[in-house]
Design a protein around this ligand. Structure first.
Ligand code: ASP
Ligand code: MG
Length: 469
């Protein structure tokens, strides 16, 4: 039997009509010998609302809680009314929604009374987004005559450690349990709907996989079931050669390797949760990103490395905004082992993630790119830790910059790509402030002034004729 895992995000299940559309997409692709497991996010905006109310509850604002849960119930009941026509099916779903909202209210009030919101309690609260959406999507399938059950991530057997808020997956147990729970259902012709984003510890305590975690749920399920494909349904046609808001002729990339797609998602294409590709890559399960608005389009297929073709060369160019550059310099750094280590250690202790690094061979300075909102903290920490030492003279920063990343596995070992990139940029009279290339050669990243970011992306898109791919 063929197996496909599908994931629908919050914007695809924002209201009742959209959920009916989702149910159609599932049934259109379901056949006797192709079972479909679906995983869904919370209705659009709900996770953020839950985070908000949990914080307010902690600050003792208990009066708001019932109003909030009533409104949340109303919204879900309205959505269910549109999504599920059959009276009995709808009433069953309504019953589940009411019970779950009741539990949520008790948890929130508990937080309000003890004025304490641990990461564990937070996970308990935010899990309700998906615990409320999944029953509706499952009900909508029942409504169309498809046998369907809804299960939480914990019920389906996704097991994690207890790092609440960003839990680490225990793949071996997960795989075993997910197969045991889902395979019989598929064999009986069921089309199960699993809550995205949430999982459980080995003791059954609710955890979450980090924001945007439903993508990750999809590939966890896909890898566990050794599915034929995982389909991430979204509102764009797939991964693109550039942001279409910057380059109007940007194209959907039809095929990419896991490695390339990982680079692309790390460098800002908002399409996916950063860890989402891991389980699929390990098991070699193809992942397809496709649009709910355009189901005839096959989207982007992410698969295992094939032979790298140089003619594919550059595949995409992206812009990373809201970053800043810090340069640490001083003649005393030359030939002084440990300077770079010290810089990284200081930032690492402050939990400041470094996006890009470059050091000239003269060793008299090191430049780093970090997220802009961390700049002040980073500079302060570096100054306090380093300036007293004689080998470092100054720490300077620039916050009006952006990173342009040029990606593609075909660049590997192909001479001349860098020169084409930088000639194209030079032709626009744009100054390049800092350059880095990972030795994987999958990407070339560089820093330009923020005001030049969009023009740089357009120049490179044009130079490599990405609109003709
Ligand atoms: N609902 C969760 C979030 O908003 C998970 C997801 O949407 O994938 O982060
Ligand atoms: Mg979401």
């Amino acid at each position: 039997m063929k197996k496909i895992v599908m994931k629908f995000g919050g914007s695809s299940v924002a209201n009742g009509e959209k959920i009916r559309h989702v149910a159609n997409l599932i049934t259109d692709n379901r056949t006797e010998d192709c079972g479909i497991v679906t995983t869904v996010s919370a209705l659009e905006g709900v996770t953020n609302q839950l985070i908000q109310i949990a914080k307010e509850a902690k600050n003792g604002k208990r009066d708001f809680i019932s109003k909030f849960t009533n409104e949340l119930l109303e919204r879900h009941l309205t959505v269910a009314k549109v999504a599920i026509k059959n009276k009995q099916t709808r009433e069953e779903t309504e019953q589940v929604l009411k019970e779950r909202i009741g539990e949520l209210e008790i948890i929130l009030k508990g937080i309000g009374y003890v004025n304490e919101l641990s990461p564990k309690s937070m996970d308990n609260v935010i899990a309700y987004g998906e615990k409320l959406s999944a029953p509706i999507i499952s009900g909508a399938l029942n409504d169309k005559g498809v046998k369907s059950t809804h299960l939480t991530g914990g019920e389906v057997g996704i097991v994690t450690d207890n790092n609440y808020g960003e839990a680490g997956l225990l793949m071996q147990v997960t795989k075993y349990q997910v197969r045991r729970r889902l395979e019989p259902l598929l064999k009986e012709g069921h089309s199960p709907v699993v809550t995205g984003f949430i999982a459980a510890t080995q003791n059954g305590e609710t955890t979450t996989l980090g924001r945007g975690g439903s993508d990750y749920t999809a590939t966890i399920l896909g890898a566990s079931l050794e599915a034929d494909e995982v389909w991430i349904w979204t509102d764009v046609d797939g991964l693109m050669t550039a942001d279409p808001k910057i380059v109007s002729s940007a194209k959907t990339i039809t095929e990419m390797s896991f490695q390339e797609a990982t680079e692309l998602t790390i460098f800002g294409a908002k399409a996916m949760h950063p860890r989402a590709l891991e389980p699929a890559r390990k098991e070699g399960i193809p992942v397809r990103i496709r649009s709910v608005f355009n189901p005839d389009n096959q989207g982007t297929l992410i698969t295992k490395e094939k032979k790298v073709r140089h003619e594919d060369g550059v595949k995409a160019v992206t812009l990373v905004k809201n970053v800043a550059v810090i340069t640490v310099s001083g003649a005393g750094m030359v030939g002084a082992p440990g300077t770079a280590a010290k810089v990284f250690e200081v930032l690492g202790k402050e939990n400041i993630n470094i996006l890009m690094i470059s050091q000239s061979v003269s060793e008299s300075n090191i430049s780093l790119v970090i997220q802009r909102n961390l700049l002040e903290r980073a500079v302060n920490t570096l100054e306090i830790a380093l300036l007293g030492r004689d080998f470092i003279r100054e720490v300077v920063s620039e916050d009006d910059v952006c990173v342009v990343a040029v990606l593609g596995a075909g660049m590997k070992g192909m001479p001349g790509v860098a020169s084409r990139i930088f000639s194209a940029v030079a032709k626009e009279s744009i100054n390049v402030r800092m350059i880095a290339q990972g030795s994987s050669e999958l990407n070339v990243s560089f820093v330009v002034k923020e005001k030049n970011g969009a023009n740089t992306v357009r120049a490179i898109h044009k130079e490599f004729k990405l609109n003709e791919k």
